[in-house]
Ligand binder design. Structure first.
Ligand code: NA7
Length: 533
């Protein structure tokens, strides 16, 4: 098979890949996009489970780069569903003619740096090979699903489903006895909808999570008009905020607020919905006393939602401070456990032993099921890249290097891997921020680096090892000052056996990150080795 030659290969057609492709094409670069799915969408292409929804408001979780696009796309709900987001991304793809650049249904197997040519050669599992000077990895932070290695897992004879690889058809649970393993955001979103039609739902919970109601609603015309009038300001706040959204913490510090004020602030933040609750007071995920007050508030709310003290106790998180694992954003999750056909198995008390041909065996016995839904998460932030065989200078293997903690410069550059630009990589704000905007920022940053090199006649840009080490240490130090490190979560890699532990995203805030990254660029890409072949 012949190897095609390009300026830039973009892997992935989610928010970041599409942004990069659109803007690379505008610059006149010859681009090849490679995408494992059969169409655009990234996360939203794969995660088609019932109830799948973004936990960032739709008005914010959309591209900001084109005013007309912002005006013409009318979001239907405060928090968009997966089909609506996929429809949006498909619309963007049509509007900017994105698909013509992509080869779909092609999963990258590996990529090799050619030091003599200063080019990458990329191979897909189907045997497609292509070469380019630049390689942008827009492969997503939550795109490498993890299916736990439970004894007997593959012996089950009923239907097996995975939230992150959901079939492209309506799955009918009517009259079925369904097991759900996993109670992160995916499980929490899917369980109420599965319970709406299933005859029986058994939820196998290893760790209870904090889940806060979304207070989702359809956006009526009045609200839409208000949002549109306010959009410029809203975007400004988002681009200058810590998490790519317009919301900020209460201006009065927790310690200066009276008990009544604290209660009112928690209530208001609660009503704002979902993950935004963690923003109630500045320092909520830093200071144990603020976190405890938020937790107590949460527990009182939980008591209203789940009257049965035994079930409630099992649903109460005990192993992490509030907000240090991603808060789930739900619609009627806890209320689902008040239904007579829904049961919770607390795996901490009744451990999972094996999957049998007919069901799931725990220490107390076998429960029979017609279907098992795995909502068991991802090898987050690094998994998509370590799944590929990426070979940098001197045959350095990215997979081997990331056996240890991933050392990156700004999340984008990797020492030893020239011209490999990781978008939303470990060491960038990524999942802690609104990924629609981080994707724009990351894509633009990568393209400006390419512009710079082209303008200067340079053919290679590689992060310096000392710059990457300093950045990664800085990122880890910031995380150490918070409560995040004490939580076993995918943010720290602790959900994957054998994965190096450490806080993966950059927690210093979206704006602070942009300022640091822009400063690097303004100083001629300080920390990158720029060279000519
Ligand atoms: P998460 O948040 O990683 O949740 C995965 C869930 O699966 C979590 O409850 C895990 O329990 C559970 N799990 C994983 N392995 C097992 C085994 N072996 N046995 C029992 N339970 C298990 O993934 P999601 O897809 O829900 O959400 C990911 C992100 O997507 C989310 O944060 C949003 O940002 C969007 P554990 O907590 O590890 O004890």
């Amino acid at each position: 098979m012949t190897t095609t030659e390009h300026d830039l290969i973009v892997v992935g057609a989610g928010f970041a890949g599409m942004y990069t492709t659109i803007h690379a094409a505008r610059r006149g670069l010859d681009i090849l996009g490679i995408e494992a799915g059969d169409d655009v969408g990234g996360t939203w292409y794969w995660n088609r489970y019932p109830g799948a929804r973004c936990d960032v408001e739709s008005i914010d979780y959309s591209y900001s780069f084109d005013d007309e696009l912002q005006r013409e796309w009318r979001w239907r709900e405060r928090y968009a569903t997966q089909p609506e987001i996929l429809e949006y991304l498909s619309h963007v793809a049509d509007r900017f003619d994105v698909r013509r650049h992509y080869r779909f249904g092609e999963r990258v197997a590996g990529a090799t740096w050619d030091e003599a040519a200063h080019r990458w050669t990329v191979r897909t599992q189907n045997g497609l090979t292509a070469s380019a000077r630049w390689l942008a990895m827009a492969t997503g932070g939550l795109s490498q699903p993890q299916l736990p290695d439970i004894p007997g897992r593959d012996s089950f004879t009923g239907e097996v489903l995975q939230t992150s690889a959901w079939p492209h058809r309506q799955v009918d649970f009517t009259g079925k006895r369904v097991a759900v393993i996993g109670t992160g955001s995916s499980g929490v979103q899917a369980i109420p909808l599965i319970a709406a039609t299933a005859a029986e739902v058994v939820v196998y919970q290893r760790s209870a999570n904090y889940s806060i109601p979304a207070f989702n609603h359809p956006i009526d015309d009045d609200e839409w008009d208000r949002q549109q009038q306010n959009l410029r300001r809203r975007r400004e706040l988002s681009w200058n905020g810590s998490a790519g959204s317009p919301w900020t913490s209460h201006p009065v510090p927790f310690d200066e607020a009276t008990l009544a004020e604290r209660e009112a602030v928690f209530e208001e933040s609660w009503r704002r919905g979902g993950v935004l609750f963690a923003k109630a007071f500045q320092g909520l995920t830093v200071e144990p006393r603020i976190n405890d007050a938020a937790r107590e508030f949460f527990e009182r709310k939980l008591a209203e939602r789940v009257p049965d003290p035994h079930v409630r106790a099992a649903l109460t998180p005990t192993d992490h401070p509030l907000g240090t694992k991603r808060i789930c954003t739900d619609s009627s999750y806890y209320e689902t456990f008040t239904l007579p056909h829904v049961r919770l198995v607390n795996l901490r008390e009744d451990p999972l032993v094996a999957v049998d041909p007919t069901g799931i065996r725990t220490a107390t016995g076998l429960r029979e099921h017609d279907a098992i839904v795995y909502a068991t998460g991802f090898d987050a932030m690094t998994g998509a890249l370590t799944a590929m065989d990426i070979r940098g200078r001197d045959d350095r293997s990215l997979r081997d290097e990331w056996q240890g903690f991933p050392v990156t410069y700004l999340g984008i550059g990797l020492p030893g891997f020239p011209n490999l630009l990781v978008l939303n990589g470990p060491g960038s704000p990524s999942v802690l921020s609104n990924m629609a905007l981080t994707s724009e920022q990351q894509g633009e940053y990568a393209l400006r680096l390419i512009d710079h090199c082209r303008a200067e006649g340079l053919t290679s840009a590689e992060a310096r090892a000392d710059a990457a080490t300093a950045w990664t240490e800085h990122s880890l130090e910031l995380a150490d000052r918070t409560l995040f490190g004490s939580a076993p979560s995918w943010y720290t890699g602790s959900n994957i056996e054998g994965k190096a532990r450490g806080f993966l995203p950059y927690i210093g805030g979206f704006r602070a990150y942009i300022d640091r990254a822009d400063q690097v660029a303004a100083e001629g890409y300080r920390g990158f080795i720029l060279s000519t072949r």
